[in-house]
Every structure is written in C-alpha cells, then in structure tokens.
Design a protein around this ligand. Structure first.
Ligand SMILES: Nc1ncnc2c1ncn2[C@@H]1O[C@H](COP(=O)(O)OP(=O)(O)OP(=O)(O)O)[C@@H](O)[C@H]1O
Length: 236
C-alpha cells in the first residue's frame, strides 16, 4: 500500500538545542500509526515538524508525492491534514457550535458547512447536546472531542492527534478511546502520539517508540506489545 505521509531523516531544534535526531517514519493510506514515548522525548515535536510549526528542522516531509517541508502551516492544513494539538486549542469563550463553524473551511457553501457540522454532532452526541455551551465550560473529555471535531470538519485525509487521552480520568479515557476506535474505522489515516500505550495500542496497525528524540523501536501492534520494550522505554 502507498504512503500518505513519509518523514525522512528529520532533525529538529529549539534554538541551539536539538530534540529530534534522524527520525524517519511513514503512515500508509488509511493506516493508523502510533508514536509512543515518555514525557519530553520529542513526540509533539514530530507532529509540529510535520505541520511546520517548528523554527528549525532539516529532513523531508512528504504528503503523498508532494514535499510539504517548506509549506506554511495553513497551506498544509488545506492539503487535508488536520492537527489536533495536545493543548486542544479550542476557543473557550465561544460555544461548541461556534468552535466548529470557525474550523470549517472557507469556500464551502452554507449547506456544505452545515453538513460537516451535522456529521460531527452525529458522531459526538455529547457535543450535540452541548452545542450552545461555551468551550471553556466543557469537561476535559468533551474538550478533547470538540478538538477532534474541529479537525474532522475539515474532512482531512490524515489526522494528527497529540495525546488525546492525556490528563483524563480513566472513565473518560474509555470514552475517548471509543471515539478513536470509531474514527479509525473510517477511510482516513491517523498518526497518534501517546504515552498511554496500554489503552491505545489496540487501535493502531503499526507504531514507533521514541526515546530522547530517536526512534528506538518499530513494529505492528503485536510487536509493540512486548513487555520488555514497555519496561525499557515507556514505564515511568
Ligand atoms: N518551545 C520549546 N523550546 C525549547 N525546548 C522545547 C520547546 N518545546 C519542547 N522543548 C523540549 O524538546 C523536547 C521534546 O519535547 P516534546 O514536547 O516534543 O516531547 P513529548 O514527547 O511530546 O513530551 P510531552 O508529552 O511532555 O509533550 C523536551 O526536552 C522539551 O523540553
């Protein structure tokens, strides 16, 4: 199967300090790929490099056959990549519906925009019930759903998700995992960054483990289920 995303020999820096070293990875069309690692290992920086939100990087990022390494973040998003960052970046003073409206691409007819939003409400009943509620008053799990919903209204071919289960109570993690499980059965590719390998490993087809900015292991979800790998690279 062909790749939707190919990252080759990526190095990334914050100022003088290098945080990614020769990272190469790929996501196949409709594939679900995970990147796992402890805090501060460089997972977010990989996603930020893909959407070019990083000051200094070298290496190549290709979306399908196109080199997108030099594109501005908004051009990358227009290229049908949605990025759901770790801090969710929802508008706390706007309602759920307004958050979704703002994320819907310009240039669609009103009917098309409405359809995109209706699709999100169909998928996330909790958001539908709270459509007039302010973003800042949602629970952590609901905010995560809204952040994912904001990605989905762009109808992306590739969804980049940064730690969607982070900071959520176990019962809410269950709900978010259910949402992700549903998402990954659709015709779109997902690149998921997580510390929580136990809960999210069943969702992925393939994955990578990162340690101090370097990929140290990769494999299918059975191979990445190895306890020794978890001990060495993931247990805190
Ligand atoms: N804006 C920044 N300026 C300087 N250093 C940074 C910046 N952002 C991240 N770093 C550093 O880069 C390294 C990788 O951080 P990154 O956020 O990519 O890790 P992570 O694996 O996503 O961890 P976390 O789960 O904590 O977000 C860390 O050492 C971090 O301190």
């Amino acid at each position: 199967m062909s790749d939707i995303l190919t990252v080759e020999n990526l190095d990334a820096f914050y100022g003088e300090s290098q945080v990614l070293f020769d990272v190469s990875l790929s996501v196949d069309e409709n594939g679900v790929v995970g990147i796992f690692g402890r805090n501060g290992m460089g997972k977010t920086t990989i996603l930020e490099s893909i959407v070019n939100r990083i000051d200094r990087k070298t290496g190549t990022v290709r979306f399908r056959d196109r080199d997108i390494s030099g594109l501005a973040p908004h051009e990358i998003i227009r290229d049908k990549i949605a990025y759901v960052p770790e801090d969710r970046e929802i508008y706390t003073a706007l309602t759920v519906r307004e958050n979704l409206e703002l994320a819907t691409p310009k240039g669609l007819s009103e009917a098309e925009q409405e359809e995109r939003i209706a699709n999100v409400f169909d998928r996330f009943e909790r958001l539908d019930e709270r459509s007039a509620q302010l973003g800042g008053t949602l629970s952590g799990g609901e905010q995560q759903m809204l952040a994912i919903g904001r990605g989905l209204v762009t109808d992306p071919d590739l969804l980049l998700l940064d730690e969607p289960t982070e900071g959520l109570a176990p019962i809410i993690v269950d709900e978010v995992v259910e949402v992700l499980d549903d998402l990954v059965t659709q015709n779109r590719a997902v690149l998921l960054v997580e510390q929580n390998i136990t809960r999210t490993l069943p969702l992925i087809d393939r994955g990578y483990i990162i340690e101090s900015g370097r990929i140290v292991a990769d494999g299918d979800n059975e191979e990445l289920g190895d306890e020794e790998l978890h001990e060495e690279y993931l247990t805190v």
